[in-house]
Design a protein. Structure first.
Length: 255
């Protein structure tokens, strides 16, 4: 299988008034088409920096990023980015919010609007099209934010701690929800999280990062012996705690 996204030997520092802050060192990993991969690492280790590089918002100082063997800066693929805050606009209805990306990028076509309708119906927001964001629960808002991102038909979805603003209960439900949607839409996705359980429950593979400057400590394919592997069910898999303990040890090597 050829790699869809490939990072090779990425190095990156921030240059500030107080000097150089090394953020990433020799980062290499790849993603296959349709795969759901998580990046797990301590706070401040460089996870968001990696996503910003892939989104093209930052340029690496060292190394290369390619998508389908094309250097990132020449690649035509659409990349979707979902952040911790849902960035829904209160003065727009949910419908006006979910088509915002299409509007800004001048990509509104009948087919795309039909797809938005379908996504809203499939994922339980059809009745809320004319509602405003404050009328929705945190979970529904995150679903609306995901639909807005999926409306652009991204080939790659980047998720930067998208559930961390939610309380624990809601977080479990929303990550289950969002995980199912991403799988159903066969979306290639890279999730950043510092929550080990969230990573295990949602991913096909986990990349564990070290403290700052981030290096790749190890890659762990997640294979859970469970029938209907939704993020919620995955937490009940017999092997779940073994994965947890292994990743915990990788993150805390001196304990
Ligand atoms: P994470 O997402 O894993 O919490 P980040 O990628 O945001 O980590 O940050 C990695 C390191 O780079 C941290 O030490 C952070 O303080 C530093 N950093 C991030 N952005 C900037 C910036 N714009 N200028 C200077 N330092 C930064
Ligand atoms: Mg971050």
């Amino acid at each position: 299988m050829t790699d869809f996204l490939k990072l090779q030997d990425i190095g990156m520092s921030y240059h500030t008034m107080d000097g150089e802050i090394p953020a990433l060192s020799h980062i290499s990993f790849s993603l296959n088409k349709g795969e759901f991969v998580s990046l797990v690492g301590p706070s401040g280790c460089g996870k968001s920096t990696i996503l910003n590089l892939i989104a093209g918002l930052l340029k690496p100082e060292k190394g290369t990023i390619t998508i389908q063997n094309t250097p990132l800066e020449q690649s035509q693929v659409t990349i979707g980015y979902m952040l911790q805050k849902d960035h829904l606009f209160e003065w727009r209805t949910i419908y006006e919010n979910v088509i915002l990306g299409l509007e800004i990028q001048k990509k509104i076509t009948k087919d795309r609007l039909d797809r938005v309708e379908q996504l809203l119906t499939d994922y339980g927001l059809a009745a809320f099209k004319q509602a405003h964001p404050s009328q929705l629960s945190g979970g529904m808002r995150q679903r609306a934010a995901l639909i807005r991102t999926l409306a652009l038909e991204p080939s790659l979805l980047l998720l930067d701690e998208p559930f961390s603003a939610l309380d624990y209960q809601t977080r479990l439900h929303v990550s289950d929800d969002i995980g199912k949607i991403i799988k159903k839409e066969k979306q290639t996705a890279l999730l950043v999280t510092h929550d080990i359980s969230e990573a295990i429950s949602m991913s096909d593979r986990i990349i564990v990062l070290s403290n700052s400057p981030a290096t790749v400590r190890c890659e762990i394919p997640v294979i859970l012996d469970i029938e209907d592997k939704t993020p919620m069910n995955a937490r009940n898999a017999p092997d779940f705690k073994n994965y947890f303990n292994r990743i915990w040890k990788e993150l805390n090597p001196h304990e």
